[in-house]
Design a protein. Sequence first.
Length: 333
Amino acid sequence: MTMPFQPAAFPYARPRRLRSQPWVRRLVAETTLTPADLIWPLIVHDGPEDRQPVASMPGVFRLSPKEAAKAAIEARDLGIPMVALFPNVNDGLKDNVATAATDPDGLIPDCIRAIKDAAPEIGVMTDVALDCYTDHGHDGVLEDGRIVNDPTLERLAEQAFIHAHAGADAVAPSDMMDGRVQAIREALEANGLSDTLIISYAAKYASAFYGPYRDAVGSSKSLTGDKKTYQMDFANAEEALREVAMDLSEGADALIVKPGLPYLDIVRLVSQTFKVPTFAYQVSGEYAMMQAAFANGWLDPDRAILESLHAFKRAGASGVISYFAPQAARMMG
Ligand code: PBG
């Protein structure tokens, strides 16, 4: 960064003056974090229990549709604008082409309707990808050991339509197939759903930090191999710009960078280059690491949570998808 002027030298310049009191620190803060910056991911399930703890994510529960509706009311009362839904479906429903992903009476449509009944003023975003419904745990259709792109697009477009038709406000493709935003946008347009937002996981990396999530949605047992032929290589930054440009040209309204803190450089690059709403996802592994440190007394939860979320705003994000959303919103309240 080039400085527009040469700062005065000590002792004329004393940067500590602007830090000397809480009021002046507040006055000169360059960024703010409010509950309106948060999206709360909810793991939902079709099992018999209302709330089932996720071992690798202390404080996170798999919720029945009824409990998801209660969580949406909690989000609304805390000033959180949107929840994001992720399903854990019964293993018996999983197959190679993710049949259950396009069941209009499936778990996600049920949850959308329950939430919209309980708290219509809350935005509902859904994950568009097949991994939670396939018996092999991949985000696309598997043929001869390969994830086949174009046949997957048809499945994703149908899945997005089912979600939007059930009342989802935003669909968020997280599968990283080529051309999926266009396929989804065309399906929405063709079915009179032109107001549905597409919030695209445009820069999604093949990451070790998704581990606890795969446990939460029940895909870790089944996943064969890794997702490196479709999710991005963590060595790359420039490639994120090409992915984002493609998704925007195909009709995405907003973007997600994922994971979060280890990819703050990407958040910065994408938000500054495109100047469209860019969200960061503080993923399950980041949440689990912090919870582990809190449980051991190694980090102070209140301070570390707010500091980590604020970092995304500083990097240029419009907001953050975080499992800490309700806890953080309560601290801000
Ligand atoms: C997959 C999906 C993943 C996450 C959200 N959607 C994991 C993956 O790609 O394997 C991860 C979220 C998290 O770790 O919190 N469609």
